[in-house]
Ligand binder design. Structure first.
Ligand code: HEM
Length: 367
């Protein structure tokens, strides 16, 4: 039975006694003058609250995808939850400006008191990375220490649990692999797409070779670049080459999932593919905004402490720049644009397939 609700009081409902009583200034306790420690604590607490909200939304997206069948409404919900995460991420990037009103000298007033605590020990941040699907074997670490070794045992277990549970990356990959769109009976999408690509590449190569404004050296440079693009397409059309890239950690998304994602991007104008297309784009946004935060944080750190090591013992801004470069989750989805071809060159889908892909009703209202 539903419980009766009692009248609520703003302050109590929001548990403001505990929240507003949680800014404990070490400098005050130790008799050190450090006005900015209050800002430093509050900004970290605000970040952690937003991390909590992001994880709450992410969990619901993971639950929606952790099912045998993912229907249209699950995808719609996932998109709106990801939209919320994206808006929060923009705030996370923006509020670094507030922190930057603290000057490096202000920070030095209390920095030594924090040792060896560091954002490096943020459990929620690690759980977030793992739930999104950061590949543990690609993690950049320092001092040959596992990233979990910097936190307490109970925290380590939480992070480990998130590392072992299905991540959004894994679930998305499985969902893409299951999409029926690649099997069009009489229409061999992959073959037709390949001949359209061959034509486009031959055309691009011809344009370089025939360009009279280029010197011989310039032509050779451009042809070398072109060969690189051709190599990327080779791996797209050859599963063994694709798998070799996965082996070398140059690619992560499985062959079948890559094909399905590409088809969604190419035929995004078909009504039934609108939402899958939006979903892929939102994941790229989340990944990009996390990377932007990482760079922004690294730049702020380099201005704040220069080349000093971090309170957590890393090489500081150098370490942070490396994680910004390497800790991408949905980079393969972003890079799929390499394989887009103009709409005019796209193999035309037969009418009966368009009917299957669209919300098509005849004049009597039959599907
Ligand atoms: C004066 C401000 C700050 C400085 C100087 C600073 C410095 C650093 C440094 C040097 C690291 C690398 C680990 C280490 O050696 O300690 C780090 C990591 C980190 N910091 Fe900050 N930080 C600041 C503010 C923040 C804020 C406001 C947050 C928000 C939660 C934050 C979150 C993190 C996270 C999540 C990591 C781990 C990043 C990773 O391993 O990829 N930091 N920070």
């Amino acid at each position: 039975m539903k419980k009766q609700n009692s009248p609520q009081y703003y302050h109590d409902y929001l548990k403001l006694d505990s929240i507003l009583d949680s800014q404990y200034l070490l400098s005050k306790e130790l008799g050190v003058e450090a006005h900015d420690e209050m800002l430093f604590i509050i900004i970290h607490q605000v970040y952690e609250l937003w991390f909590k909200q992001i994880l709450y939304e992410l969990d619901s997206v993971i639950t929606a995808f952790d099912k045998g069948t993912v229907n249209e409404s699950h995808i719609g919900i996932a998109i709106s939850r990801l939209d919320r995460i994206i808006e929060i991420q923009k705030i996370l990037i923006d509020q670094i400006h507030v922190l930057e009103t603290m000057t490096p000298m202000d920070f030095l007033d209390f920095r030594d008191l924090l040792n060896p605590a560091s954002g490096f020990q943020s459990v929620q941040f690690r759980v977030l990375e793992n739930k999104l699907g950061l590949d543990k074997s690609s993690r950049f670490t320092y001092g040959s220490r596992n990233y979990k070794s910097h936190v307490r045992k109970d925290h380590r277990e939480n992070i480990q649990k998130a590392e072992e549970s299905p991540s959004l990356f894994n679930l998305l990959e499985k969902w893409l692999e299951r999409t029926p769109f690649l099997e069009f009976k009489d229409f061999k999408f992959w073959e037709q797409y390949r001949s359209a690509v061959d034509e486009m590449l031959a055309n691009d190569k011809g344009l370089i070779e025939k360009n009279e404004r280029l010197s011989e050296d310039e032509k050779q440079i451009q042809l070398k670049e072109y060969a690189g693009t051709e190599k990327k397409f080779d791996a797209l059309f050859d599963q063994d080459k694709h798998n070799a890239l996965i082996e070398k950690k140059e690619h992560r998304l499985s062959y079948k999932a890559t094909q399905a994602a590409l088809l969604i991007l190419l035929y995004r104008d078909q009504p039934i593919l609108h939402n899958p297309y939006k979903l892929i784009n939102r994941l790229v946004d989340v990944d990009e905004l996390l990377t932007t935060w990482r760079y922004r944080h690294a730049l702020m750190v380099s201005r704040m402490i220069g080349r000093k090591i971090g309170t957590g013992g890393s090489t500081g801004s150098e370490y942070l720049k490396k994680t910004a470069e390497r800790h991408r989750v949905f980079e393969d989805l972003a890079n799929l644009t390499t394989f887009l071809i103009p709409r005019s060159a796209l193999p035309k889908l037969p009418d009966h397939i368009v009917r299957n892909l669209g919300f098509y009703y005849d004049s009597r209202g039959n599907k």
